[in-house]
Ligand binder design. Structure first.
Ligand SMILES: Nc1ncnc2c1ncn2[C@@H]1O[C@H](COP(=O)(O)OP(=O)(O)O)[C@@H](O)[C@H]1O
Ligand SMILES: Nc1ccn([C@@H]2O[C@H](COP(=O)(O)O)[C@@H](O)[C@H]2O)c(=O)n1
Ligand SMILES: [Mg+2]
Length: 520
């Protein structure tokens, strides 16, 4: 491993190695849901894009960070403030707080910040203190849970001071208020007076005293000298929309597409927005009522269906508008049908019917063993017949479909049985483009079984579009490697599968939650 870029990408994108099914760490853990914060995922976690944002106090750092986060809405972004790592003051220091220099590098617990960043870099969640500027303490509020993210923004007056912290950053931004250095200081002081007398409830005399004694000298001695490390200097802070747009564009370019989309050009993830993230947040929440679950699942399904229809072939069509102008557009593909995988897939039928008037919808019922954590081992003799590589094989034995993963030197890692129980498909399915409906792509076993059947009915592979709400990387690998010409459209990529082959974070038993047959 490691020498083949495609294999490396597969490994990185799945986060849980295909051979992870026999990793000791994964097998031994007994929690119901495997979190991505555990050591087994450590070396597999994609490195976050770390951005540092420095500048004088009240220069607009937080404002700029908020704007970047707002524009990067479709990425998982997290803000870590250097303020959170202020040392707690001793009782003696507290009695003479006006003599304490909060603008000196020693005021921060940089070791703790480095430790938190180390964990985040390795895909582990961290609890970060919330600093209270009124009591000068970081231990009076509950800590803030920060989850691993695609982008981590580190913000603070002295965030460029320590070379170890600087080395974590892939992009360094310094925020200025004005080009002229004395105007810059004036603006910062004016904003600081307003903020500290307002938000922090401080006396103006105290603010001015702190400024001349500590804030201004520390800016000149420690903060300004770190400006040279910046890749980008933003004059006018949050007013500089052009600079912020360019920064966001650069981050997007660096983050690139999801690795799975790079490996498989036929795998599509719909463009995320805050609306879509919000709907996912609702349907994934175990506390969401059935009514809301159905409502938001339906909205997401509709988006996936609309996106999927966009992958159908079209013919050019010209029409005359009411202004008697010619509009050159396209004509929908008419030879379509849906195939839903009973029972969750049936939840997607209404959206398909709403988009495609009178569409024929066939059904497939597949029985799966392995869903409930039950492992069914493949007879050992079969493994000897399989050469290495490729890393994935599947085959159909009488009545039962087996699929298993092979990785490097291992012979059999994960056999799961899936069995076709019932099928009712349109007679002329081979002449149609098929939209296969199943909201969750987990191990890929059911999907492979369903697709195999559709192919057996004479449908060309390239005429199948598989629509789902969430896809586990393992399932994507299985389906795309088995059927490289089919298209998959999803709305979010999951972290992976747990030891019971359930999708994580997932959304539970979709069919039960959608059709109201769960226990609640
Ligand atoms: N471009 C701006 N114009 C006017 N006020 C601003 C601007 N940017 C920030 N502020 C205000 O100045 C104060 C300090 O901004 P903030 O972003 O919190 O700075 P920092 O995080 O660098 O201390 C806040 O009250 C904020 O609302
Ligand atoms: N108890 C404290 C801690 C810090 N400060 C001041 O906060 C400034 C840094 O925060 P920004 O959001 O402005 O970057 C810094 O200048 C400290 O003097 C404080 O006043 N009290
Ligand atoms: Mg700030």
């Amino acid at each position: 491993m490691g020498s083949n870029p495609v294999e490396d990408l597969i490994e990185a994108s799945s986060r849980v190695h295909l051979s992870g099914f026999h990793l000791n760490g994964l097998e031994s853990r007994n929690s119901e849901v495997e979190q991505p914060t555990t050591s087994a995922t450590d070396h597999l976690h994609k490195q976050p894009f770390v951005i540092g944002v420095a500048g004088g106090a009240a220069s607009g750092k937080t404002t700029v960070c908020d704007m970047i986060i707002e524009q990067l809405h479709d990425q998982r972004v997290v803000l870590v403030n250097q303020d959170s790592f202020y040392h707690n003051l001793t009782p003696e220091e507290l009695t003479r707080v006006h003599e304490y220099n909060f603008d000196h590098p020693d005021a921060f617990d940089t070791e703790q910040l480095l430790c938190a960043m180390e964990k985040l870099k390795h895909g582990q969640a961290v609890d970060i203190p919330k600093y209270d500027f009124k009591s000068y303490k970081s231990n009076i509020f509950p800590t803030r849970r920060v989850n691993p993210s695609d982008v981590i923004i580190l913000e603070g007056i002295l965030i460029f001071h320590d070379p170890r912290v600087r080395d974590l950053m892939k992009m360094k931004i310094f925020v200025d208020t004005a080009l002229n250095i004395s105007a810059d200081a004036d603006v910062r002081l004016a904003r600081r007076i307003r903020r500290d007398t307002g938000e922090k409830g401080r006396d103006i005399g105290m603010v001015l005293d702190q400024y001349s004694k500590f804030v201004k000298p520390a800016f000149d001695d420690f903060i300004l000298p770190t400006k040279k490390y910046a890749d980008i200097i933003i004059p006018r802070g949050g007013d500089n929309h052009v600079a912020i747009d360019l920064i966001v564009q650069h981050i997007r370019t660096k983050l690139g597409q999801h690795d799975l989309c790079k490996i498989y050009p036929n795998f599509f993830v719909i463009q995320s927005t805050f609306q879509i993230r919000g709907m996912h947040t609702l349907i994934r929440d175990a506390q969401t009522t059935k009514h809301d679950f159905v409502f938001y699942a339906d909205r997401l399904i509709r988006l996936v269906v609309e996106h999927g229809l966009g992958h159908l072939p079209f013919t050019e069509k010209q029409v005359i508008t009411p202004t008697e102008s010619v509009y050159t557009g396209v004509d929908f593909c008419k030879r379509l049908c849906g195939v839903s995988v009973i029972r969750s897939g049936e939840s997607m039928e209404n959206a398909l019917r709403a988009c495609c008037k009178g569409i024929k919808i066939g059904k497939i019922l597949i029985h799966r063993e392995g869903d409930n954590g039950q492992q069914v081992w493949m007879p050992q003799f079969l493994s000897f017949t399989l050469p290495h590589p490729p890393s994935l094989w599947s085959c159909v034995l009488p009545g039962v479909f087996y699929i298993w993963f092979l990785h490097c030197e291992c012979s059999i890692i994960l056999p799961i049985t899936v069995q076709l129980i019932y099928e009712k498909l349109p007679q002329d399915i081979s002449d149609r483009h098929v939209l296969l409906l199943d909201p969750i792509l987990g191990t890929g076993n059911s999907a492979v079984q369903a697709i195999s059947l559709i192919l057996k009915k004479g449908v060309p592979e390239s005429n199948i579009i598989f629509l789902n709400l969430i896809s586990a990387p393992q399932g994507v690998h299985v389906v795309c490697k088995s059927f490289p010409r089919i298209k998959i459209v999803t709305s979010e990529i999951e972290i992976g599968l747990n030891k019971d082959f359930r999708v994580i974070p997932g959304m539970g038993e979709f069919g039960d939650r959608y059709f109201g047959t769960d226990d609640d």
